[in-house]
Design a protein. Structure first.
Length: 159
């Protein structure tokens, strides 16, 4: 049986002596929950911040008002700042930021339901990807979380 993604990510973080922190919006803590399923994760997981509202993104994650006003909370710019800032705030080697629209409402022409941005940053490099995920709210949240873990695993693997 194949190892689940959170175990593969944990193995890589341990092997490379790296720590990780997560900033979540649309997943509402799901990514942090998956990471903490792994026994011994306290060796590499420093914590997570669930910043669902724009106000909490501004206050807890220090996302710039300009990013929220100009690009919106569901944007590449916001996901990038989420990853970069959670890394700094929790003093981790790697930060992950995830923001999107899980539905069933809230979608727009520019960002329909299922639009999810995931960013991973190590302070010198930040990568961000837009996922277009289909399904109901629960499926979108779950697939988003797994996509974030896979991106983090690939990012750490290339370090």
């Amino acid at each position: 049986m194949a190892k689940e993604i959170e175990y593969l990510l944990g193995d890589l973080l341990l092997e490379k002596h790296k720590t990780i922190a997560v900033a979540e919006s649309c997943t509402g803590g799901l990514v942090s929950g998956l990471v903490t399923n792994v026994p011994g994760c306290s060796k590499y997981f420093l914590g997570g911040i669930v910043a669902y509202s724009n106000q909490s993104k501004l206050e807890l994650l220090k996302i710039s008002e300009t990013v929220i006003q100009s690009n919106g909370p569901v944007s590449r710019a916001c996901a990038n700042e989420m990853a970069q800032n959670v890394r700094k705030i929790l003093r981790a080697d790697i930060g992950v930021g995830i923001t999107g629209i899980a539905g069933p409402g809230g979608g727009t022409d520019a960002n329909p339901v299922g639009s999810v941005y995931v960013a991973v940053s190590d302070g010198s490099k930040t990568v961000c990807k837009l996922f277009k995920i289909e399904g109901d709210r629960g499926e979108i949240r779950e697939k988003s979380g797994l996509s974030a873990l896979k991106m983090a695993k690939d990012f750490v693997g290339e370090m």
